[in-house]
Design a protein around this ligand. Structure first.
Ligand SMILES: Cc1cc2nc3c(=O)[nH]c(=O)nc-3n(C[C@H](O)[C@H](O)[C@H](O)COP(=O)(O)OP(=O)(O)OC[C@H]3O[C@@H](n4cnc5c(N)ncnc54)[C@H](O)[C@@H]3O)c2cc1C
Length: 475
């Protein structure tokens, strides 16, 4: 029976396993390897905090592209009267993924799903089978490997003295040890570095625990978070294909076209959300056509604004933030940290260079949380597996630091421009290739495609050929 090893049992790995089990016409062994011991959760859906909500409406969160109501149906079967425009707790979504995985395994008795708790640290090429090595010395022989190891840890943004002075109240990776957030004194003055969805999660956690201390949120541009429209439905009629044709391969032209399209949407009773949402399915093709210089221009000038408009949050989460702002407990700044010095009583003084102010502003904090989000640069990865594959040359970062180079069959492109036919990748580092690749609506399609590609190779009895030169996407 052919064996497919999937490294990483978060969203991408779990849904790939589900798709393999659903689509396999012949018996198949699927081995899902997960370092945390918790399957079907990953970084996004491992949280049990009820205030951590999905940032996509339930009606667009099916893990199965061909069954759009699957998540809403799951919630309703479980007794929750969820509507497609509702925003459900992310932990509940983890329950859904777990149920989906279990159901796929049960529905295909000819195939086998094995869950292996362990950390993959190396791969050996087929001879005749590929081998996955785990940190504890176990080895798994397999015919195909799917890399689904998720996000890089956030880049450390604080000087070492902040850690030395604040100890466990200096939180570099807020997802890693959420209990450190809940242990903060309720009157602590907290600095959140970053003002996106991670900062919102932290804010919602603090708020839910009755935090009373002042909270300040710092980001380079200080752009305010945006929420989805309550009630959901699109009201304007955006012709996205025509817009993409007008935009062509010019970022500057894109800004002009979008401004006009937003004006039109507003006259039709809609708003900018309709335009941004309509572009989404067209974005990967556009990004792949965009010349390198234009990609750089987009990243330099537009990315912060795009991120805010595109990665919207649940209206109720934003309402909590706005309530804290209205009471003065939360301040939001545009600027950056210039330095950190000790202050009395276990606190630190942070020198901030704020936009629109001359000189430095010094503020006192008892805790700092790094909310800058995952680091997409492979070279900064702390994963032994990623580092090993970089050393072997099997993974290559893209030139813009968005992820890794891969071809249109999800095969990583190595440092000699070749692919390994037994090795595939899916996950957020597809952003290098597609730009739009980090959320469920895209990743569920990639998972279905990867499953088809792996099965096609195994059904055809394709023995691993020597890597062939290939077109580099995302380079
Ligand atoms: C906080 C957060 C909230 C999000 N909310 C939403 C949302 O509401 N809606 C939406 O559409 N998208 C959301 N996203 C985006 C998207 O759904 C996730 O990024 C997606 O879950 C990525 O899935 P993944 O499997 O690639 O990574 P993950 O789900 O993080 O899974 C990777 C898994 O691989 C394991 N792993 C890593 N290395 C190894 C190794 N060497 N050996 C074994 N196991 C390993 C990790 O432990 C982890 O469990 C969110 C993302 C984040 C970070």
């Amino acid at each position: 029976m052919p064996t497919v090893a999937i490294i990483g049992g978060g969203f991408s790995g779990t849904v790939t396993a589900v798709q393999l089990l659903r689509r396999a016409a012949a018996p198949l062994r699927v081995v899902l390897i997960e370092q945390s011991g918790r399957f079907a959760r990953g970084l996004a859906y491992g949280t049990a905090h009820p205030a951590h909500l999905l940032n996509v409406p339930a009606g667009n969160m099916s893990a199965l592209a061909d069954a759009p109501d699957d998540f809403v149906d799951f919630c309703r079967r479980s007794g929750d009267a969820v509507q497609p425009h509702d925003f459900v707790a992310r932990g509940r979504y983890g329950d859904y993924l777990e149920a989906l995985l279990q159901a796929a395994a049960t529905a295909n008795p000819a195939s086998v799903l094995e869950r292996v708790s362990g950390c993959a640290v190396d791969l050996l090429p087929p001879s005749p089978q590929a081998v996955v090595r785990l940190a504890d010395g176990r080895q798994l022989a397999c015919d195909a490997v799917v890399l689904a190891f998720g996000h890089g840890a956030p880049r450390s943004v604080l000087p070492p003295q902040a850690h030395a002075l604040l100890g466990e109240r200096c939180i570099d990776n807020p997802w890693h040890e959420p209990q450190r957030i809940s242990r903060l004194p309720s009157d602590a003055r907290v600095l959140l570095i970053g003002a996106g969805l991670t900062a919102l999660d932290m804010l919602n956690s603090l708020d839910a625990s009755g935090h009373r201390g002042a909270i300040e949120m710092l980001s380079r541009r200080g752009l305010p978070l945006q929420s989805h429209r309550a009630g959901g439905a699109h009201r304007s009629d955006v012709n996205a294909a025509a817009l993409m044709a007008d935009i062509g391969c010019s970022v500057r032209q894109g800004v002009r076209v979008l401004r006009t399209a937003i004006d039109v949407a507003e006259t039709q009773g809609g708003d900018w959300r309709d335009v941004i949402a309509a572009l989404r399915p067209h974005t990967p093709g556009w990004w792949q056509r965009l010349p390198g210089g234009e990609r750089r221009r987009f990243l330099r000038h537009l990315q912060p604004c795009w991120d805010v408009l595109r990665h919207r949050c649940a209206p109720v989460s934003l309402a909590a933030l706005q309530r804290l702002q209205a009471t003065g407990q939360l301040l939001q700044h545009a600027g950056r940290v210039e330095g950190v010095v000790p202050a009395e009583w276990d606190a630190i003084e942070v020198a901030l260079r704020l936009r629109g102010h001359s000189g430095l502003q010094v503020r006192r904090f008892d805790a700092v949380i790094n909310c800058t989000g995952p680091d997409s640069r492979l070279q900064n990865s702390r994963s032994p597996l990623v580092n090993r594959l970089l050393e072997r040359g099997w993974l290559c970062p893209d030139a813009l630091g968005l992820g890794l180079q891969s071809d249109d069959g999800h095969r990583p492109v190595d440092n000699r421009g070749r692919t390994q036919p037994w090795l595939r990748y899916l996950g957020p580092w597809l952003k290098a290739r597609d730009w739009e690749a980090v959320a469920v609506p895209e990743l569920r399609q990639h998972a279905a495609q990867v499953a088809s590609e792996v099965l096609a190779a195994s059904n055809a009895g394709a023995t691993p050929e020597v890597g062939r030169p290939t077109r580099r996407l995302g380079s």
